[in-house]
Design a protein around this ligand. Sequence first.
Ligand SMILES: Cc1ncc(COP(=O)(O)O)c(C=O)c1O
Length: 377
Amino acid sequence: MHPIEMVDLKRQHLAIRKELNAAYEEVMDTAGFINGPSVNKFATELGQYLGAHVVPCANGTDALQICLMSLNLKPGAKVLVPAFTYVATAEVAALLGYELVFADVDPDDFNLSAQEVAKAFEQHPDIQVVVPVHLFGQMAPMEPILELAKAQGAYVVEDMAQAIGAHYSHNGIQGMAGTLGHISATSFFPSKNLGCMGDGGAMISSDKQRAALAKTIANHGQGKQYVHEEVGVNSRLDGLQAAFLSVKLKQLDKYIARRQEAAGFYDESLGQIDGLITPVRRPYSTHVYHQYTLKWERGNRDELLKHLAEKGIPAKVYYPIPLYKQKAYQASTFAPKALPVSEALVGKVFSLPMHTELDQEQLHYICDTLIGWCKRH
Ligand SMILES: Cc1ncc(COP(=O)(O)O)c(C=O)c1O
């Protein structure tokens, strides 16, 4: 059996090695390392795939920051983020001098729920931005979130770093992850569903003007060279990464299908084990399984992880501490006393290996090992 990895990029890249090498050579030949033709080409291709405007940048964290900068908010503006997510979502708001409002998440799908967003607006009617994170690859309930934000005159910035290729459809609102809010941020970190060979990210918007502003901000705030209309940043996707991403974008739907197949196998095998809760699938969103995240409800999750590790099965906890409990965010003005769902989830969740190269032998071994342990405990 091949060793089991959390993400197996070596084997993924082996299958497209020729094309990746050709992409590398083309960039070498043209020396288009910064803002070369490969960057525009990839932005156009991803734009066509998503049905929106795409502005590449250096990484997903920058993308979130530039999205927020493009909204022209005043210092102290309130930004609503889920407490159970990757730190980048909150970090950029704090960095820009905005005030974070942390909301709890849905215990079943781990995303911001309409109920929690409504509750946050009741307590803070002056929230100016809501940032739903489509966590683990399934979209947050965008239709009610957009409604609630609209009623309050707030912006919606999607963090779609884990959900590229997911599709939403509910009550007449439909589209790909990243195309429904005012502006969205994604990451091409290597382990992402569409990952490059280093760092990369992008802003996405259905609104041409917003995308143009994001592009200006990402380029030192200059529309024309040496004419600075905004205070910007320097955040560029490099030419090599863009060329690799064009190669991998062609594979994205196949990659998603493979992740969904592996998730289907996990669902079938693990769905009936007492105390083990497999991921919920929502009818309004496809799930692209950036992570396959379960809950262990009958005891010590960390013992389970230790056993898997001893058996050569990597498994990880995304995320072990709610953001408002992190030292860096404890002083945030609106850090709540307790958000019970997030606090319970951090002790229960764990993610199994999930990638495009998982084979039947590995899947059987992972499930048999996990089921054996659960039955003994
Ligand atoms: C939900 C989420 N947001 C933002 C980011 C930040 O992306 P990056 O690591 O490219 O800065 C990540 C990825 O690590 C993420 O998972």
